[in-house]
Design a protein around this ligand. Structure first.
Ligand code: SF4
Length: 357
């Protein structure tokens, strides 16, 4: 059953309160629930930002001296996050990615992962991290049900890494090795390619991932907030990077598990998969399958737009389960068709760290 949001389609919420939850639960039991946006896209993936704070300051994401973070009393508690994600799961969400800021800045994250991976209907829990704190928590995250990890790594040179992030490369490398040891598969490396900053390291990053059995994804800069717009000056069209790699390797079209927008190739004769995330040169909005939940309980329906719905006031006003499901449908009905990063780069005010990429 497609639960279509918007455009006046049939909605179970016209049924009685209990009837609607039973109706949805029965659909879920038949594993037949699909949350569909106004453009017919199935929304089966939610990126949950558990904090807007981070221990790094990547210049294309958060300004160096930035301190204006969300107040802790506005953070959704683990109980509230679990309740919201249970409602999303009843409506057809199957994948949850834990993000930030830096999610491992939030204490007891493995506990939250365990609670979310136990939710009926949830099939996949993954994590996006800068890995500076991963060495300490890799085992606990794995025990908590996380199986796939994406790690941001823009350089293999300590001084370049420091210039980009204001952080220490060795901490990230230690985190990566701990994740490998713990058994996460795949481990994906996210490299934001920037002209005159790290684009000379593309080949080294390929060799690094070949050596360690990691999957590599190249990402184009995006005009998210002032920092994102300033970084756009270093924009690199990833089609050029792919052409350069094709001079060195035989690249075969490939696939990788996960619900993200990367277009993959495999390097012939190896298991190395390389993904290209190209929001600017070749956007992927027509196949979008996700929304974001920010630390303060706001559903952002699109990374490149401000269409959103605040859940926290409703949660703290004691809304019922069907009210919560209705609010989620209301949010999905707001989802825009696509971003306007090229047409209106000034549009998105918030930093990437506020909704976790
Ligand atoms: S920019 Fe918006 S519509 Fe496009 S893929 Fe990202 S979230 Fe989806």
């Amino acid at each position: 059953m497609r639960i279509a949001a918007g455009r006046g389609n049939y909605s179970p919420f016209r049924l009685g309160e209990m009837a609607s939850s039973v109706f949805l639960t029965s659909l879920w039991l038949m594993n037949d629930t699909a949350l569909v946006d106004p453009f017919g896209r199935r929304i089966e993936y939610v990126r949950v930002s558990v904090t807007d704070r981070c221990d790094l300051r990547c210049f294309y994401c958060m300004p160096r001296g930035f301190r204006d973070f969300e107040e802790p009393e506005h953070w959704l508690s683990f109980d509230e996050i679990e309740r919201v994600m249970a409602a999303f799961a009843r409506l057809g969400t199957r994948r949850i990615r834990l993000t930030g800021g830096e999610p491992l800045v939030r204490q007891n994250l493995p506990d939250l992962a365990a609670r979310l991976s136990a939710l009926p209907g949830v099939e996949d829990i993954s994590l996006s991290t800068n890995a500076t704190r991963l060495a300490k928590s890799a085992e606990a995250l794995y025990a908590g049900g996380v199986r796939r990890i994406n790690v941001s790594l823009d350089s293999l040179k300590p001084e370049v890494f420091r210039d980009i992030t204001a952080g220490k490369l060795e901490k990230v490398l230690a985190g990566l090795m701990a994740a490998k040891q713990a058994g996460f598969r795949p481990i994906k490396i996210n490299m934001v390619v920037m002209g005159g900053v790290n684009d000379d390291e593309v080949g080294d990053m390929v060799d690094f991932c070949l050596e360690h059995g990691f999957t590599l994804r190249f990402i184009e800069t995006m005009p998210m907030g002032e920092t994102g717009r300033e970084a756009a000056g270093h924009f690199v069209d990833l089609r050029r990077v792919k052409e350069r790699l094709a001079d060195r390797f035989e690249l075969i079209p490939g696939m990788m598990p996960g619900g993200g927008p990367a277009r993959y190739v495999r390097v012939a004769g190896t298991d190395l998969h390389i993904g290209f995330i190209t929001p600017i040169s070749q956007h992927f909005c027509e196949t979008c399958n996700r929304v974001r939940l920010s630390v303060d309980g706001t559903i952002y329906t699109c990374l490149g737009n401000e269409h959103k719905l605040e859940l926290r006031p409703r949660l703290r006003a004691g809304c019922s389960e069907s009210d919560l499901e209705a609010a989620i449908l209301e949010a999905i009905a707001l989802k825009p068709e696509r971003h306007e990063f090229r047409e209106r780069p000034e549009k998105v005010v918030r930093f990437m760290s506020m909704t976790g990429g």
